[in-house]
Ligand binder design. Structure first.
Ligand code: ZN
Length: 225
């Protein structure tokens, strides 16, 4: 059995990939359209020098069509209405052509998208079992990093790297405090401040975080010391 994460931030990865594919596709198109002589260079590079000119044109046309089709497929996949929402609910198996591009090997049905990560699964498992393995892999990572964060939190804090406040909490706090300082109401230079500091056991929850302007935050800091 083999299961591992191949890529994080799959969305970004796919978008970069798509841009490259578009360029490549445009390049091939230009090659053919611009100058018939280039086709001979192309024939050498692609090892199809044995073809006559008509066959070469057909060959290039076929390759252009294929690459344009691949670009469209990839684009449909990335922009598909379900791709990202579905893959947050459960592992989403990606199709063979996209798979081939990502992994470079013609193995069927083994790459899954889950929570913006790509996973590779191999083994004699049913579809459902593979999905479960991906979910387990994701969960194992999550637990591992939670454990590591707890274990090394003190060291991390002494390096003055605060654990990041989750985006959803920041949004909630901003809404609750209506985008202004909770002490003086200023809308300038706002910061997210822990009411009970992390070092004293405070957590990254909406209830323990408030918006303060830079001034009020500095004052609060000096009062504690
Ligand atoms: Zn203030």
């Amino acid at each position: 059995m083999s299961i591992y994460k191949i890529h994080e931030n799959a969305k970004n990865y796919l978008n970069v990939f798509l841009e490259e594919e578009k360029k490549d596709s445009a390049f091939r198109y230009k090659l053919y359209k611009d100058d018939i002589k280039d086709i001979k260079i192309y024939a050498k590079e692609k090892h199809v020098s044995h073809l006559d000119e008509e066959e070469l044109i057909a060959d290039v046309n076929k390759r252009i069509e294929r690459s344009q089709r691949e670009v469209l497929e990839l684009q449909d996949f990335i922009e598909g209405p379900l791709t990202w929402t579905e893959s947050e609910k459960k592992p989403f198996r990606i199709n063979r052509d996209i798979h081939l591009k990502l992994h470079g090997k013609p193995i069927k049905d083994n790459i899954y998208l889950y929570n913006n990560n790509f996973y590779y699964v191999k083994g004699p498992y049913s579809e459902q079992e593979k999905e479960l393995l991906v979910m387990e892999c994701f969960d194992r990572d999550r637990r591992k990093f939670e454990r590591l964060t707890n274990r090394f939190e003190k060291q991390i804090e002494t390096r003055n790297e605060r654990p990041r406040i989750p985006e959803s909490v920041r949004i909630d706090v901003w809404r609750r405090d209506q985008g202004k300082c909770a002490k003086c109401g200023s809308r300038e230079k706002l910061e997210y401040d822990h009411i009970v500091p992390i070092s004293k056991g405070g957590s990254n929850t909406t209830r323990n975080i408030e918006l303060l302007c830079e001034n009020c935050n500095r004052q609060k800091g000096s009062n504690i010391q």
